[in-house]
Design a protein around this ligand. Structure first.
Ligand SMILES: [Zn+2]
Length: 277
């Protein structure tokens, strides 16, 4: 028998972490937890996630209709319900606006992969859902293509949503993602982003299977291991990725093709513009 009060307390605790981490300014973000096949607990609208009390938590049915709670439920619960309906094993969903992860979608950048071992093992490819007006059913539906193959998704120009078997697990995926995105932005400022080679990424995916964390969806669908390999590339390539820079010997010997020369001029121009900024 599920202890509803305890689940409400857990939602409040996750709310405090989300707020303390700066993942949800003012009243942003929302958190939910499944009670059973028919009912879901969720946070109320217009309430800061940093100061929730168990009494603030609402109960909705699987259509989003509020069935208990003194405050009005969040309009974004529709997004959470789509995930619960698709995945019976999911018991908790966390939606918030973590700045570093959200910044990638604002800049039109996919979250790059093949950089940090923990992210390869725990998150894999983090997709970005298309933009829709928050709170609408169309917005809730943007998550559908990713529910079965991911555990955290970036919502374009909006935030993130993550899900799992417990509230803490759902929250952790968001925390791991935002810490990763912060490192990527710092690394880019520090000089560039170097990548793990594909054979070494394969080793990590082997480990993931040995740990009983399942087969990475990239292996099931035969998808590219490394996404957005251009992100943070330095002048000399700075990576073991599949986009080699112009060979140094070609530059030294002056044996550049017209295309390579154009690319070189563009790189130099970019670097000058970057240093002026
Ligand atoms: Zn939101």
């Amino acid at each position: 028998m599920v202890n509803e009060f305890k689940l409400k307390q857990e939602i409040c605790e996750i709310g405090r972490r989300v707020y303390a981490k700066g993942f949800a300014a003012a009243n942003d973000g929302n958190i939910s937890c499944r009670i059973d096949d028919q009912r879901v607990l969720c946070t109320p609208t217009l309430t800061s996630k940093g100061f929730l009390k168990p009494d603030d938590i609402c109960t909705v049915d699987m259509t989003g209709k509020q069935i208990a709670g003194r405050k009005k439920r969040t309009s974004e619960v529709l997004l959470h319900l789509e995930i619960y309906k698709e995945c019976p094993e999911v018991k908790a969903v966390v939606h918030c606006h973590p700045p570093h992860a959200t910044a990638f979608s604002i800049a039109g950048q996919e979250i790059p992969s093949c950089i940090l071992p923990e992210v390869e093992v725990f998150l894999g490819i983090v997709p970005t859902a298309v933009y829709e007006t928050p709170g609408s059913q169309a917005f809730a539906d943007t998550i559908l293509p990713f529910v079965k193959t991911s555990k955290v998704t970036v919502l374009k120009n909006h935030g993130t949503v993550s899900w799992g078997a417990t509230l803490e697990q759902a929250y952790f995926w968001t925390e791991i993602l935002d810490a990763y995105c912060k490192m990527l932005l710092l690394a880019k400022q520090a000089g560039g982003v170097e990548r793990i080679t594909e054979p070494k990424v394969e080793e990590l995916l082997d480990l993931k299977e040995r740990f009983g964390m399942g087969v990475d969806p990239r292996r099931i669908t035969n998808a590219d291991l490394c996404v957005n390999t251009e992100f943070g590339r330095g002048f000399n390539g700075g990576c073991g990725c599949s986009h080699p820079a112009i060979p140094a010997e070609a530059i030294a010997s002056g044996s550049l093709t017209a295309g390579q020369m154009d690319a070189l001029v563009q790189e130099i121009t970019n670097r000058i513009m970057e240093s002026i900024k």
